[in-house]
Design a protein around this ligand. Sequence first.
Ligand SMILES: O=C(O)CCC(=O)C(=O)O
Ligand SMILES: [Fe+2]
Length: 316
Amino acid sequence: MDSESGIPILDFRKSSGVTLEEGSEGWKEMSKKVREAFENHGAFLLRCDEIPNELREEMFTGMKSLFELPEETKLKFSSTRAYRGYTAKSHVIPHCQSFGIDDALKSDTSQNFTNLMWPEGNLTFSETLSSLTSKTRELSRLILKMVVEGFGLPEEYIAEVEELNSHNDSRMTRYQLPEENKDSEIALVPHTDKGTLALICHNEVQGLQVLPNSGNWVNVNIPPNGFIVIVGDMLKAWSNGRLQAPTHRVVTRGDKERLAFILFAVPKQETLIKVPSELVDEDHPLRYKPFKYEEFVDFHYTTRTEKGVLEQVAGV
Ligand SMILES: O=C(O)CCC(=O)C(=O)O
Ligand SMILES: [Fe+2]
């Protein structure tokens, strides 16, 4: 457990003697821990060996060169969609620059992005981005299956959680230190993630904070070579509010810049989010009516509100 935030650390590493073969006892036990962590914290810290350290190091080395490219090159990666494309110093991300990549898993996405940034080519970057994206996506699939198992739901629901993970966006962010004040300062404003799950790894410079129900921000310490897995609003809705989608933000802490790679598992626009009947009972009355992901996204983009979006769109 992370002593500051109380968020559990789950160890998926084979080297720790864990076998996560689907259906095995180890798998069932871990699925229960995933469910409990998501119920209590909306997140867990993950140690796993699916993603080699060399790959992460390669990614952060590549990201360093990426962010050092001239501003006019970075601005070539534009998007009409909010939070996608290249953003620098927006109100949402005051001290950071970020590349939001849509459809991160499409076979040519990494290559097209790389070619735009490095017209002379950068095969290492393109392969690293593509490999880290697909490996984190495999992890998100595994974790969603564990949610189905953790709730003891019939196997049919695996297809449903796959729907919740049918689209993938990724984001690469550099949180810079503000010139004047090197102490703690907000670099990414408080929010919940709007999709299903987010998997985040960073260059070992901490900065993430969560807001527990106690109402006081707490630091999250991602373990070395680890990840944090955070529940988004869609998984919260699908689970009838039984899994939390925690409010989180990033602050600059210390004197090093932070680099983060984030994979977002999201539904397709037209996906219908509907609570499984098994998750509704006397103790857990239905909280959300069925709604399409795009209704939620449109409402969020038009109102630009962070407060109670889910309740306003789908609340019973
Ligand atoms: O950089 C981080 O640790 C968090 C990023 C985040 O929450 C986001 O991009 O939605
Ligand atoms: Fe987030």
